[in-house]
Design a binder for this molecule. Structure first.
Ligand code: C5P
Length: 319
């Protein structure tokens, strides 16, 4: 049908990127900042959606740093880390929404649908105020990167945007590194600001994502791609999708796979244009989207009209 040509092609390769983004990808590959030494297999015959979902469930350990973990097991850190783990804190949700920050959310009128979910995940500095009709007003969890927490200009410590919902911060770690190794040399040293935020907002749950997860997920992305993917961690979007799969029976994802509103406008809340935001530059975003397309349980027409993908939660899967 006409529609099928207009939704994300799950066989997308770097040849589908504009030349500038192909060069950026090649540069990251020669840099190999995180010392990726991938020796796993490459699935030339495609796994079924069910098998792929089971790989995600069984191989990606989604955990938050706890006061009993490695270098964090000091009396100093006990004062700051949440006592309850994430699922003890929130219980479990039936239907969840993951809201990408894509420019394609503009004029989508998806807000009311997004707000019907039991929990809503948003990313980084994505606002709701002023954008409710397109993105809704509920925020249950906000996943932020360590750069946002660290860099002063981002106003993480003072902007009230961050005061609602449960916060989770993540930071890129070396490939399959021990927590100790990462702790000594984080990508962005967000630890001081994490402590400061916890002191200012002691009642708001605020977790540090265990960095193990990013490379367990990356290995699955690489295994199921036909070429070398960027040797950098998955995007916040992909990490957030898998986090919600651990907490929810069903996860609806909005504008991660672009709808008919696809645009080079990076974020729905800014004017900045860059095709890299949707297609990936630093992150292996193209390959994340291929994987999500392959495991989608919803209709292609809903990708086209709503940018909507439906995935099952891990507890609802039979492997
Ligand atoms: O830019 P930022 O990381 O804050 O956006 C959150 C996530 O939304 C990204 O990590 C990416 O997965 C997704 N995104 C997208 N297309 C865009 C912008 C963001 O897929 N144009």
């Amino acid at each position: 049908s006409v529609l099928s040509v207009n939704v994300w092609n799950e066989e997308s390769s770097s040849k589908n990127l504009i030349p500038r983004l192909q060069k950026v990808k090649n540069n990251y590959q020669s840099m190999n900042k995180y010392n990726v030494t991938y020796k796993g297999r490459r699935n030339t015959t495609k796994l079924s959606p069910e098998k792929l979902l089971c790989q995600l469930r069984d191989r990606v350990n989604v955990t938050m740093i706890h006061g009993s973990d490695g270098p964090f097991n000091t009396s100093e850190w006990q004062k700051y880390l949440p006592e309850k783990n994430l699922s003890q804190e929130v219980g479990h949700f039936r239907q969840c929404a993951v809201v990408s920050s894509a420019g394609a959310l503009k004029s989508s009128h998806l807000g009311p649908e997004i707000d019907t979910h039991d929990a809503v995940l948003r990313f980084n500095g994505a606002p709701t105020i002023g954008f409710q009709s397109d993105v809704g007003e509920k925020t249950t969890v906000r996943l932020v990167n360590s750069q946002l927490v660290t860099v002063k200009e981002q106003k993480f410590l003072t902007d009230i945007l961050y005061n609602t919902g449960i916060l989770i911060v993540w930071d890129p770690a070396p490939y399959h590194a021990e927590i100790h190794q990462w702790y000594r040399k984080p990508d962005y040293n967000f630890f001081a600001n994490y402590k400061e935020y916890r002191t200012r907002h002691p009642k708001q749950p605020f977790y540090i994502l265990n960095p193990k997860m990013q490379w367990e997920l990356w290995d699955i992305l690489q295994e199921n791609s036909l070429e070398d993917i960027q040797p950098n961690p998955p995007s916040s979007g992909m990490l957030g999708i898998v986090i919600m799969m651990t907490l929810c029976d069903e996860v609806n994802i909005y504008e991660f796979l672009p709808s008919k509103r696809q645009t080079d406008i990076c974020h729905y809340y800014q004017r900045y244009h860059d095709r890299a935001c949707t297609m990936g530059a630093y992150h292996p975003l193209l390959f994340e989207k291929n994987l999500v397309k392959r495991v989608n349980q919803g209709q292609n027409e809903l990708i086209y009209t709503h940018g909507k993908v439906t995935l099952p939660g891990f507890r609802n899967m039979h492997c």
